[in-house]
Design a binder for this molecule. Structure first.
Ligand SMILES: Cc1cc2nc3c(=O)[nH]c(=O)nc-3n(C[C@H](O)[C@H](O)[C@H](O)COP(=O)(O)OP(=O)(O)OC[C@H]3O[C@@H](n4cnc5c(N)ncnc54)[C@H](O)[C@@H]3O)c2cc1C
Length: 401
């Protein structure tokens, strides 16, 4: 690969698949030795959707058991870039995140340094101008910057093919694995049980209408409710959701720690590329799925050499004068895209006691806590989630099985 240097001194591939997961200790979230026979709620999936659901359920007094087939965060949550671009929905309000981090004493390198998306074509630049012009006065501030203003903001020279950028001063970043593990420890402190290395093999109605029977590789559990937060990588979800959800792959690399160059979160266009510099100086860069969208569809977390090469060339080309960029790690992750681009969260459209929280695509961090709180509140009072009509799984009735 060219354009940058692959680090000859990089440590041999450790068991943790990503930069983030190499910095957390799986054993720091206490797990159960034996599965209970019964639980009020079983949550399947130890990513940000499942862990956040378990956290709120425990906080609201429900007896919850979280089952994860690998380790916490081994799915998309530990493989992303940790960029948080909250939209205008109250479910994504960063105030809730700040509140939970403070209340639970979670150190997750959360910051709000702002986010700059550079425009590489006149059409994208025009769309950015239109977006800013149409923005309601009540929405978080957004501005379009010309190339000189982008250079001034970044303190860096940018390649001449960038035509300006979309500046979101409220853009945030987080260490996704520290965030996840912090929420998981808080859930356990509040009474949730966690079992990792516990794949759920099947789930269906228990005999005599006695809730849900969950069969795992470590035994069977009966539950009143089941929350499927296992993402479209899992056949458990795909079997139910049919064509409503598609697993798509994303490629990411992390450099060796560099001097601090990028103080804000960054992207090209609407996320063709995205990157940020972590607190330890490593630049985490992902994207270029557009180079092979068909090939990058599926459930295997495999590297795509051509996309990885393109990622590796990008930074030195985009920022002349940046100096050598040394790649330390590469990984791939699977996100689940729904047919209409919105998550699917709520009660399964029957009386089976099954709920779902999935389909967050490339944007699962900002809504995680807000969506999980609404889901948990609905489950505990046995009603419909509030403020989430647009996410209701029933909208995909024709695809669901
Ligand atoms: C490359 C990449 C970059 C991204 N960048 C960003 C970003 O910068 N910002 C952002 O907001 N979002 C980003 N995302 C999206 C974000 O990571 C996801 O939306 C979010 O992590 C989804 O969380 P989840 O809990 O639904 O799924 P996951 O994190 O995938 O968790 C699902 C879990 O379920 C487990 N599981 C599956 N089947 C079973 C089973 N049968 N039994 C038990 N457990 C099971 C899996 O092992 C997994 O741990 C990115 C995603 C990828 C892949």
């Amino acid at each position: 690969m060219s354009g940058a240097v692959t680090d000859p001194a990089a440590p041999p591939r450790r068991r943790a698949p990503t930069h983030w997961l190499a910095q957390v200790v799986p054993g720091s979230v206490p797990g159960v030795d034996r599965l209970p026979d019964r639980a009020e709620v079983v949550v399947v999936g130890g990513g940000v959707a499942g862990v956040s659901a378990a956290y709120w359920l425990a906080r609201m007094g429900a007896g919850v058991l979280l089952l994860e087939s690998r380790r916490l965060g081994w799915g998309a949550t530990g493989r992303n870039a940790g960029i948080m671009l909250a939209g205008q929905s109250p479910l994504e309000d960063p105030a809730l995140l700040r509140e939970v981090l403070a209340e639970e004493g979670i150190e997750a390198e959360y910051e709000e340094p702002g986010h700059l998306a550079l425009a590489r074509t006149p059409a994208i630049r025009e769309r950015m101008d239109q977006e800013v012009a149409a923005r309601p006065a009540t929405a978080p501030p957004l501005r379009v910057l010309d190339p000189a203003e982008c250079e001034e903001l970044l303190g860096l020279r940018i390649a001449p093919d960038f035509l300006g950028g979309r500046w979101l001063p409220g853009g945030a970043v987080v260490h996704p694995a520290c965030f996840l593990y912090g929420i998981a420890r808080a859930a356990v402190r509040r009474g949730a049980l966690v079992a990792t290395q516990t794949p759920v093999l099947s789930a269906g109605p228990a005999p005599r209408g006695d809730g849900v029977r969950v069969t795992t590789a470590r035994g069977t559990v009966r539950a009143r409710h089941l929350v499927l937060a296992c993402s479209a990588r899992s056949p458990l979800l795909r079997r139910r959701m049919g064509r409503a959800v598609t697993p798509v792959r994303g490629q990411v690399l992390a450099t060796r720690p560099m001097r601090r160059v990028f103080r804000v979160g960054l992207a090209v266009d609407w996320g063709t590329l995205y990157w940020r510099q972590a607190a330890d100086g490593a630049v985490v860069l992902g994207g270029y799925r557009n180079l092979d969208p068909a090939g990058e569809t599926g459930t295997r977390e495999t590297l795509h050499p051509r996309i990885q090469e393109a990622l590796e060339r990008f930074l030195p080309q985009a920022f002349p004068g940046l100096g050598p960029v040394v790649v330390a790690r590469r990984w791939a992750g699977i996100m689940d895209e729904t047919a209409d681009g919105r998550p699917v969260v709520g009660r399964w459209p029957d009386d089976s006691g099954v709920w779902v929280s999935a389909g967050f695509g490339g944007h699962g961090l900002p809504p995680a806590l807000g969506v999980a709180r609404a889901l948990a509140a609905a489950l505990v009072r046995d009603g419909a989630p509030e403020g989430m009509d647009r996410l209701d799984p029933a909208r995909f009735k024709e695809f669901l099985r």
